[in-house]
Ligand binder design. Sequence first.
Ligand SMILES: NC(=O)C1=CN([C@@H]2O[C@H](COP(=O)(O)OP(=O)(O)OC[C@H]3O[C@@H](n4cnc5c(N)ncnc54)[C@H](OP(=O)(O)O)[C@@H]3O)[C@@H](O)[C@H]2O)C=CC1
Ligand SMILES: O=C(O)[C@@H]1CCC=N1
Length: 272
Amino acid sequence: MQHRNIAFIGAGNMAKAIISGLVNNGYPAQLITATSPSMKQDGPLHNQYGINCSNDNIASVRQADVVVLAVKPQMMAEVCEQIHQQVDLNGKLILSIAAGISVERFYQLLGKVDLIRIMPNTPSLIGLGMSGLYAPAQVSMPDRQFTEQLMQSVGEICWVEQESGINNIIAAAGSAPAYFFLFMESMQQEAERLGFTSEQARLLVQQTALGAAQMVVNNPQLDIATLRQQVTSKGGTTAEALRVFNENGLPEIVASAMQAASKRAVEMEKSL
Ligand SMILES: NC(=O)C1=CN([C@@H]2O[C@H](COP(=O)(O)OP(=O)(O)OC[C@H]3O[C@@H](n4cnc5c(N)ncnc54)[C@H](OP(=O)(O)O)[C@@H]3O)[C@@H](O)[C@H]2O)C=CC1
Ligand SMILES: O=C(O)[C@@H]1CCC=N1
């Protein structure tokens, strides 16, 4: 892929996940800078990945071709206004990974910049990310391709035609690792109650989750429902477990939870 000078403004969980994925995939570390107020030049991020680290947003944005805005949504206005006042963003590509901040809001904060919204998730850390991408019509093809390749280097990508699609990506992928973690936490707790040690319970859950996910990946010709049916013997144990899930409304709970995530993103877009 093409290499450009990238500055991550904000170096928390999500920025670190993308940086780790990029560096492990061969993106030149010397072309990556990460900033945060508490950042030390020779701190852990520098030592681990060899990237440039700074607590100076302005200097970092000035020297960058691509700026990844990776602060919490509630911090975004303050950070953007400071950048807008001090740096000419003309010719730079701005990438936002924030939930709940619309393109229109970014134009208010930064002026009419070249901006693409990305909605990644934390498995980017291990190259298994899932990112949604949205670009307004005027964004150039080279900028779209660069962003696509950037995020493909840490996982899979899915373009959305409408900006509202980003909120649905949040529901289906951005927030979704946490759904699977909650499910696994609940299973681990019950496995411990059934008498396994914490380590055994974790192994049982993580290996089963990994195996199930890998079976879905390896069998694109099979519906996920078919894979479920292959585990479920008539009158057997799995059928009993699934009966309890269904009687307690698991599909409806999942649907409501995903809708709640998307709705929250819409609310954030109105308030931030
Ligand atoms: N976590 C996730 O799974 C996902 C998160 N996102 C989005 O990613 C963004 C970041 O989230 P996440 O990584 O979880 O948040 P974190 O709280 O982990 O990270 C926020 C980072 O911003 C830094 N920061 C705070 N103020 C400033 C400032 N003025 N200038 C520069 N950096 C600053 C913090 O530094 P310090 O520690 O020094 O305060 C920290 O490094 C959010 O907008 C979120 O919506 C999107 C998809 C998934
Ligand atoms: O919880 C959040 O708001 C962020 C966005 C998607 C995942 N984490």
